[in-house]
Design a protein around this ligand. Structure first.
Ligand SMILES: C[S@@+](CC[C@H](N)C(=O)[O-])C[C@H]1O[C@@H](n2cnc3c(N)ncnc32)[C@H](O)[C@@H]1O
Length: 550
């Protein structure tokens, strides 16, 4: 909870995600790989004071150069609504109408409107939290509304969801949450709809969040026999995702009863993790820069030595991040990259390939490590604009360690350059079901049909990786999805297909390698691959299988 009675907002830029169709991985702009500019909540600057205890902006009119409006009648002032809520609403509409990504539309909206500091944090948590918890809030609103939600216009429903998140997810005082949201409704969807919003939100405010969870859980699962339906409603995930995550937990050797904790972790804003790229900057130097930047605070992230958690402040304010010597990168991404580089290898270790490199977070870490070992990296990416981001991400890596950043279809590389690389990273395009906390809307967009398309692509890319690596070389197969159809099944099928085609590949035991780079990580009995989890490791649910071509 913040000093003004609301829960702290999410840092801007936290809710990563990629453009549609680009599969998984880190967020766009990450380091330049991941997004920058995570100002938002938690900043101890003058902006913090600008929101009063009712969650309203104070002095916003003055700071936005519209001081003249403050002389208007109170009713007229209310109609101007609130810039932060307005921006959150517009982001939700862009997501609904234009298939936009919230984390791509909201930051520019906030910049254009001069919403900064604490207000930006409020708007970000409001938008991202509302999107993540949409399923839960729709179940609540269905109870509170006199009309079936299917008959409520999209913009009105989005206003209601924003109100529900303030009441139940952000603990904005009820009177402020209702009156400010009704003002927003009046401004954006009209007076009649505002009355409806008022009536529904008042009903929502009559119960505590805990009471609502019991109500919607019981409605979804009246006789206590359908745990998936209950969890889907209460933890706001589509039922097929709940089932898939349960299968992934069990299939990776974890107990099914961890499922509620996993789903809850998907609903929490992720922490901002920095990578200090080895040889380019020391973690201690990054920490010192945060002292200079004053508004930042870092601490070791805990799993791998390159990772630091940025507790507050804007990563973009750090010189090392601006220069590309450090970046914003999930700790799981760091772990799998470090593990590939540490995998035992006989013979030369000179030429590395990142087969699906965009936007370049792992490529930058690989490049930094390659520079320290006298190796050279080829980074391949199918989309030209993402290949440009890879180059940007590699800007601090010595040129001698970067052979080429190229645009091309990774499925062709094995055929065109057979047996040419000592280590190959395949960070495959995937559903991103392991990074739902970063991509607020993605759980509602993904469908089981995506799995068929993506897993076919993953198999082809892995076949290409097997062909591109030299005999004795190592392939790291990585996804930021734990879905078994994208992890274990793809590996199993691709190994068998390679065998049939005359290429022998063995699955290496990744556990000693990962234990070497992440001493606090605990292996799971009976498994040679590695599956990370947000509720256990605080990372995205990254998967790693290490393979050697024989
Ligand atoms: C999971 S992301 C990679 C994230 C990246 N490794 C990082 O750490 O920043 C997958 C990438 O694969 C790219 N991709 C999709 N199909 C591809 C293909 N056929 N060949 C090469 N890259 C492809 C996508 O555009 C996307 O940039």
């Amino acid at each position: 909870m913040s000093a003004d009675g609301r829960q702290g907002g999410e840092r801007r830029g936290q809710g990563g995600g990629e453009r549609r169709g680009q599969g998984s991985g880190e967020r766009r702009g990450q380091g330049s790989g991941e997004r920058r500019g995570q100002g938002g909540a938690g900043r101890r600057d003058g902006q913090e004071q600008r929101r009063d205890t009712r969650g309203r902006q104070r002095g916003a009119a003055r700071s936005e150069g519209r001081a003249g409006r403050t002389t208007a009648a109170p009713s007229q002032r209310a109609r101007t609504g609130d810039q932060a809520r307005g921006a959150a609403f517009d982001a939700l509409r862009a997501v609904a109408e234009s298939d936009a990504y919230a984390n791509l539309v909201l930051p520019p909206l906030l910049r254009e409107r001069g919403v900064t500091g604490r207000d930006a944090g409020f708007a970000t948590e409001l938008a991202y939290g509302t999107l993540r918890l949409r399923g839960r809030y729709d179940a609540v609103l269905a109870h509170a509304s006199s009309r079936p939600l299917e008959q409520v216009d999209g913009p009105v429903l989005d206003v209601l969801r924003l109100g529900a998140h303030q009441l139940l997810g952000m603990r904005v005082p009820s009177h402020a949450a209702v009156s400010e949201t009704v003002a927003l409704a009046r401004e954006r969807v009209g007076a009649g709809a505002a009355q409806f919003v008022n009536a529904v939100l008042r009903r929502v405010s009559e119960r505590t969040p805990e009471e609502w969870l019991a109500v919607i859980g019981d409605a979804a699962d009246p006789d206590g026999s359908d745990a998936v339906a209950r969890l889907a409603a209460v933890e706001s995930h589509p039922a097929w995702v709940v089932r898939s995550l349960r299968e992934a937990l069990v299939g990776s050797g974890r107990p099914a009863d961890e499922l509620p904790a996993l789903l809850a972790a998907d609903n929490a804003p992720p922490r901002v993790t920095l990578v200090a790229r080895p040889g380019l900057v020391e973690p201690a130097e990054v920490a010192e820069q945060t002292e200079v930047a004053e508004q930042a605070e870092v601490a070791p992230a805990g799993l791998v030595p390159t990772a630091l958690v940025l507790r507050s402040g804007d990563p973009g304010a750090l010189t090392a991040v601006r220069e590309g010597r450090a970046g914003v990168q999930d700790e799981g991404s760091q772990l799998v990259t470090l593990a590939l580089v540490e995998a035992p290898l006989d013979g030369p270790d000179e030429r590395w390939l990142d087969l699906c490199a965009g936007p370049g977070g792992k490529a930058a870490l690989l490049g930094a490590l390659a520079a320290g070992r006298g190796a050279r990296l080829v980074a391949n990416e199918v989309q030209p604009h993402r290949a440009r981001l890879v180059s940007q991400s590699l800007r601090a890596v010595p040129a001698s360690a970067v052979e080429e950043v190229r645009t091309g279809d990774g499925r062709e590389v094995g055929r065109v350059e057979p047996g040419s690389y000592d280590r190959v990273l395949l960070d495959a395009p995937c559903t991103g079901l392991g990074a739902l906390r970063r991509r607020p809307e993605s759980r509602w967009r993904r469908t089981p049909a995506d799995l068929a398309t993506l897993s076919a692509l993953q198999r082809e890319l892995l076949a290409s990786a097997f062909a591109a690596v030299r005999p004795g070389g190592v392939v790291g197969y990585v996804t930021c999805s734990p879905h078994l159809a994208e992890t274990q099944l793809v590996v199993h099928d691709a190994v068998r297909a390679a065998q049939r085609a005359g290429t022998s590949v063995e699955v290496l035991d990744a556990t000693p390698v990962v234990a070497g780079v992440a001493p606090s990580w605990e292996p799971v009995a009976g498994r040679r691959d590695v599956q990370l989890w947000p509720h256990v490791h605080g990372t995205d649910a990254m998967h790693l299988t290490l393979l050697r071509r024989l």
